[in-house]
Design a protein around this ligand. Sequence first.
Ligand code: F2R
Ligand code: MG
Ligand code: MG
Length: 355
Amino acid sequence: DLSLLSKKFRGSMLGVLTGDCLGSPYENDEPLSTASKVILQKSFDKLEGPLFKAPVMQFTDDSAMTKSVVESLIEKRGLDLDDLSKKFVKRYYQEPNRGYGQGIVTVFQKLRGNKFSDLMTPAREQFNGQGSMGNGGAMRVAPIALFCCNDYDQLVNMTKRATKLTHTHKFGVNGAILQAIAIQKSLMMDPKQALNYATFLEDLINKMDVIEENDEEFLELSESEIQPFKTQLRIIERLIEKSLTNENEPHTDEILKLLGNNVTALHSVPTAIFCFLRAQYPIAEINTENPMRRAIQYAITLGGDTDTIASMAGAIAGAYYGEDNINAQLLNHCEAAAEFKELANKLFDVVTTIK
Ligand code: F2R
Ligand code: MG
Ligand code: MG
């Protein structure tokens, strides 16, 4: 159904943007208290209501880098690392105050310094040669997941290559792959059929099992050390199971201790997937019938890297539910919403002509 698929493209791109715009004022906050959750609820309600005047909510690096990815995919009709790295760097120097990660700026400086003659070394040199394990690869991956549509091998390959321009640490790369798989999977599902969280997670677990392959040299390590994303996915399953079957909903402290809410991919991508899946069901202190809004609002209540976790949850939820679940009034309060919608349409056109 091409009409549904195009709605899903717009849903995912606008999910990235709205999660980022709504989440960024709370970045680095503590998990919200009950009083702050009431304020958040009221602010969402006002933004969704008619005739509410407020300054436009600005997007941050999450959407800025996503914009570069989608523009490059559209122009080049595929992944062109030279073009993509130039777009990242140009956009950064045009607007350096979009809240970029502290480390990634060094990559931009080095790429500009070597005049893009060596695209890969600057990222490899990050953090004393360890590479970045930040969530910067994951936060911008949505257009790649949409571009690859139903081609899994292309998705993994493209995500790896695009991520390594800035993030070469295994966690940074595998986190981006996990986020990309979650979006692609959501894109291919029928939102009218109930989503079975256990089946959804089982598939991600099987895929991450292969991606986080056991290495001979790591035999003395435990599974959670060798396959940390797979381990986190199992934890998500237990947390949701507990919240649905047990009268004691897992406390935010427990969720954050197990999943995390910081700028590393390992402690934010699984959290975003958790928010998306948990938000299919009602959540205390979040009053909405809309599961996509619920996912974004819930991500923000967890504190920490709120713009990025809300944006990643929004990207997955938007790919699943499509744009109909995004409130039109709320979109009017987000910077560049019309542009993101147009870019989603153009990407859809490219994908449908290529495939
Ligand atoms: N940078 C932020 N938020 C900070 C506050 C911004 C402030 N509000 C402002 O206006 O300036 N948010 C954005 O950064 C995250 C994405 O970061 P990315 O692109 O992954 O960058 P980077 O620098 O590579 O990694 C981020 C941090 O992670 C830690 N880190 C990464 N790899 C590490 C390693 N191997 N060893 C030790 N630490 C590592 C470092 O602290 C990096 O600075 C998103 O949240 C986006 O919204
Ligand atoms: Mg940001
Ligand atoms: Mg962030």
